[in-house]
Design a protein around this ligand. Structure first.
Ligand SMILES: Nc1ncnc2c1ncn2[C@@H]1O[C@H](COP(=O)(O)OP(=O)(O)O)[C@@H](O)[C@H]1O
Ligand SMILES: [Mg+2]
Length: 344
């Protein structure tokens, strides 16, 4: 909560707003303190309140001092009037609605994923067989041509593109499968070690340092080994790709940090696993879409856009949560919480 004068100077700021935006916001202009701008934002509600004299409100997205973006509901109203009956000072209240918005988006995403799951189950099987036949037939053409000493570029491309379809289909199938029966108590360190076995060589080749911090007394989770491993693999591969697409100075080191800890939410113990990389981060323009099925920023067939949405689906199926935080140019952080315990 802050009090503003007609020139949009912050006359007074309460404890919460100083904590979120910095101790020195008093005496700054509100647009400097909250939005880092050198002039009022477009459709400024404070100016409108001064001009029209009555309460104004809007939704606004602002970066706090910790460099992360939050959604706020901003309400502005007059506290003292001048002789003409217009506001002389106003109070602006920012209510943090990030969590509420995230829950609404989560519900929508769950709906999206459920329909993708249905679609996948229906269609993927049907596509799998013919595409494998096409790959095999193209391989036969290629083999024949090799005998004739005439390499066939078209057959090779058919195989590559065919493999790409096969990969998408198998991702969709993995997602659509109902694996409830095969869940078992899992030790996080074991699952991570199995994942590293698949990916360590590529990590080392890319010159990435893996910094793993897992306390030895973490409780187990009840889950599906292959699926959880697939989630970890997706996140590590995304981090590796991101790190390989940012230029690093000699002093800084490409790093993937994996940290495990326990947290208690409403009397239930959760295992929290954080994957953080110091890669290029994700721009505010697209961060809300990265978990959408088929959303990718990777060009030239390097991405399917399914990694995060499938991972999110798997974590939801394990009654867990997955969220993403990022600061462009600085870091990307994927945070997974899974219920701790040996059975669901
Ligand atoms: N660690 C990361 N750093 C930067 N961007 C990321 C990271 N992880 C995911 N992304 C962004 O999210 C998008 C979607 O990821 P994903 O669903 O795994 O699909 P894909 O990897 O096939 O593009 C990526 O294209 C990328 O833009
Ligand atoms: Mg991916």
């Amino acid at each position: 909560m802050v009090m503003l004068d007609e020139d949009l100077n912050i006359l007074w700021a309460n404890h919460t707003s100083r904590e979120a935006f910095g101790d020195n916001i008093e005496n700054k202009k509100c647009y400097e303190a909250f939005a880092g701008l050198d002039q009022p934002c477009d459709n400024c509600v404070a100016q409108k309140c001064f001009k029209e004299g009555y309460m104004q409100e809007r939704e606004i997205n602002l970066k706090k001092g910790n460099n992360l973006r939050y959604d706020f509901w901003e309400t502005t109203n007059a506290v003292s009037m001048n002789r003409k009956g217009f506001p002389k000072t106003i109070i602006t209240v920012f209510r943090d609605i990030t969590q509420r918005k995230a829950l609404a988006a989560e519900a929508m995403r769950a709906g999206h994923l459920a329909s993708i799951g249905e679609l996948a189950a229906g269609v993927a099987h049907e596509i799998n067989n013919p595409i494998n036949s096409i790959i095999n037939l193209a391989q036969i053409i290629l083999n024949e041509d090799k005998k004739k000493d005439q390499p066939n570029d078209i057959a090779l491309r058919m195989i590559n593109e065919g493999n790409r379809i096969a990969e998408i289909v198998s991702s969709l199938l993995a997602f659509a499968k109902d694996n409830k029966k095969t869940k078992m108590p899992l030790n996080l360190k074991e699952v991570l070690d199995k994942t590293f076995a698949l990916t360590k060589a590529q990590i080392i080749k890319s010159g990435i340092v893996l910094d793993v911090d897992l306390p030895s007394d973490l409780p187990s989770i009840f889950g599906h080994m292959q699926q959880i491993q697939q989630v970890f693999l997706n996140l590590i591969n995304n981090a590796r790709f991101a790190l390989n697409h940012k230029s690093f100075t000699k002093e800084s080191v490409k790093t993937i940090r994996i940290k495990g800890c326990v947290e208690k939410i409403k009397e239930q113990l959760y295992l929290k696993i954080i994957f953080e990389d110091n890669g290029p981060g994700i721009s505010d323009k697209v961060i809300d879409r990265v978990m959408d099925p088929f959303f990718t920023t990777k060009t030239g067939g390097q991405g399917t856009g399914l990694g995060l949405s499938i991972s999110h689906g798997i974590i939801s199926d394990h009654e867990g949560r997955m969220k993403i935080e990022s600061c462009e140019g600085e870091f990307t952080r994927l945070i997974i919480s899974l219920p701790a315990g040996d059975r669901s």
